[in-house]
Ligand binder design. Structure first.
Ligand code: DGT
Ligand code: CA
Ligand code: CA
Ligand code: ZN
Length: 570
């Protein structure tokens, strides 16, 4: 379905017009089109074919023609034309949180700011401060937006990399003779953001593999192409590197290209200390190859246990593997349920029954419904009355759908004074209470930390949702003092979430590891707003593995009975 791409393009078109200070009615008309396309549940191509597209409110003949132009040519002439009328750098500025099209237009027209570089240079100038709508606070927000943007710049979200790797590995497996295909690099290590996706292939004729790779659907540019390696660009900025290696060297090559570089450097030094040499071709003593076929064999000949890719960051894994003291990391199979889910009752797209059936299909024992609370009006948060009605529906689904238990939960807002968005007698009736911050992101460290700790002091609160609030590449974490939060979590027996949504991933690997060391329990929640997003539990599991977590540190590995008892005792 191209619905989202086309919606995105209309959204950009609206922004470009707004930058140009065009008639607000035109701008809003395009925004409405974007939203209508975004919310469609059927393929827009079908609606164009049947002519039904013009029946959608807000979509007229002109828009219908533009949509079919996109479906035929991959772009829309009027969009390309509008884009050519403004400096290229302005669109990049729109990616910065705190900067909307109105401000970008103002900066361009009044101060001739045309790029991020120019904006950074003049952000502190008096002229900029004097613009209408500007002020110290707003400038601070833009500054923090720039920092968030730059920290993620040029790197893709893990979810994007995983689907890209999946697509490429699936294609490469179809090449005749190919026997092994694997993602390598940061994707195989499940790092939270990915620079480029690396893929390793063996078997088959290298020429055939390279040919299949560079001519894959979706490739926009071949950046390099040699006899055993190639790089391509997919969409605007997604790079994939591919290498074809000898079957006999598979293990050594996979180790080398999985990295991290820091881990590799440690291993090479270790080899050298033993009079050996480690390279992407194998482990050698002089000219004799000791091992290279599998990773396990190479690690064994180095005198150590095989190191799971998620740990290969030189954070103590080399020592642990030498001593035979690597932890038994949590695995997908250990997970008995998802502990953060939204439904149509708030801002989700799936019914409670959909959620129950999807959870059952995943082999779970339980799943939670944790919709937004009453103060979060933009997300259709539940009033106390609606929360009670929802409980009846959950009871009903639990009666009808066997083999899975739907838990009654909430993702309640932590209000600005640290109180939780429902009274105690309401919270008491729920199985699981997640408390999250959705407002006041700009507060000082003392205030925001104090709010979270106050919420943890409430005996009904079981889990703190997305504890740092960051949105990778879009919004920095709130100024929360994690060490204090972890201490309070340990003291009050409150779990901290590893939010599995690829833009969040908070707690991250490092924080999760520290929390577990302090005796804090962690909770994996996909924060799914649709059952199609529930696969992201994998991101949580692998982030937990990067944090050295064993099954004992996670709530999700408990049986239903043990979970209920753990939640009611704290
Ligand atoms: P990324 O792409 O920035 O998310 O991170 P990686 O880890 O995927 O890095 P990338 O794509 O540059 O290289 C893939 C792997 O190849 C890397 O993890 C380790 C290996 N590698 C690359 N360059 C070097 C190097 O200079 N020395 C060593 N020892 N290994 C390297
Ligand atoms: Ca890479
Ligand atoms: Ca690479
Ligand atoms: Zn939330």
């Amino acid at each position: 379905m191209k619905n989202r791409e086309i919606a995105h393009l209309f959204e950009s078109l609206a922004s470009i017009l707004e930058i140009q200070d065009a008639n607000p009615f035109r701008v809003n008309a395009y925004r409405r089109v974007a939203r209508a396309l975004e919310e469609l549940t059927v393929d827009v191509a079908g609606l164009v074919e049947s002519g039904e597209i013009t029946e959608i409110p807000g979509i007229g003949k002109g828009t219908a023609a533009a949509v079919s132009e996109y479906l035929e040519t991959g772009t829309i002439g009027s969009y390309e034309q509008a884009k050519a009328e403004i400096p290229k750098g302005l669109l990049e500025l729109l990616s910065i949180s705190g900067l909307g099209p109105k401000t970008v237009g103002l900066l361009w027209r009044e101060l001739n700011i045309r790029s991020l570089k120019e904006l950074k240079r003049r952000l502190k100038s008096e002229k900029l401060l004097a613009l209408p709508g500007m002020g110290e606070k707003k400038i601070e927000r833009i500054q923090s937006g720039i920092r968030a943007y730059e920290s993620g710049a040029g790197r893709m979200l893990l979810g994007t990399a995983l689907s890209l790797a999946d697509m490429v590995t699936t294609e490469m497996r179809k090449v005749p003779g190919v026997t092994e295909v694997s993602a390598a690099g940061s994707t195989r290590r499940w790092r939270e953001t990915i620079g480029d996706v690396d893929v390793l292939v063996t078997g088959g004729t290298p020429g055939d593999v390279i040919e299949a790779f560079t001519s894959m659907a979706g490739v926009e540019e071949v950046l390099a192409s040699g006899s055993t390696k190639a790089s391509v660009r997919i969409e605007e900025a997604l790079q994939v590197d591919l290498r074809v290696v000898q079957k006999s060297e598979w293990g050594a090559a996979l180790m080398y290209f999985t990295g991290s570089k820091e881990h590799n450097v440690r291993l090479r030094t270790l080899a050298r200390e033993r009079g050996l040499k480690l390279s992407e071709y194998g482990l050698f003593r002089d000219d004799e190859r000791l091992s290279s076929r599998t990773e396990k064999a190479v690690y064994r000949k180095l005198g150590m246990a095989w190191v799971p890719p998620e740990l290969r960051e030189d954070r103590g894994e080399v020592e642990a593997a030498l001593d035979g003291k690597l932890p038994r990391l949590v695995e997908m199979e250990d997970i008995r349920g998802d502990l953060h889910m939204h439904s149509v009752w708030s801002d989700g797209g799936s019914t409670i029954e959909d959620v129950a059936r999807a959870a059952k299909a995943r082999g779970y024992e339980y799943v939670i419904i944790s919709d937004h609370s009453r103060s979060l009006k933009i997300a259709n948060g539940l009033s106390i009355e609606r929360l009670e009605e929802q409980a009846l529906e959950i009871d009903d689904v639990n009666r009808r759908v066997k083999g899975i238990t739907v838990l009654k939960g909430t993702e309640a807002d932590i209000l600005s004074n640290g109180s939780v968005d429902y009274p105690d007698e309401v919270l008491e009736r729920l199985d699981v209470v997640i408390a999250s911050i959705h407002s006041g992101f700009q507060q000082t460290s003392d205030r925001i930390t104090g709010r979270i700790i106050a919420a943890m002091e409430n005996p009904h609160v079981d889990i703190i949702g997305h504890p740092t609030g960051r949105l990778i590449g879009r919004r920095e974490a709130y100024r929360v003092d994690m060490e204090q939060v972890m201490e309070a979590a340990a003291r009050t027996g409150t779990a901290l979430e590893i939010n599995c949504y690829d833009e969040r991933i908070d707690l991250n690997d490092v924080h999760a590891r520290r929390a577990a060391e302090m005796g804090v329990k962690l909770s994996l929640g996909t924060d799914s707003h649709d059952v199609s997003q529930m696969w992201a539990i994998a991101i949580g599991v692998h982030t937990a593995r990067r944090g050295w977590l064993t099954p004992e540190s996670l709530l999700n590995t408990l049986t239903l009975k043990a979970l209920i008892s753990a939640l009611s005792s704290s």
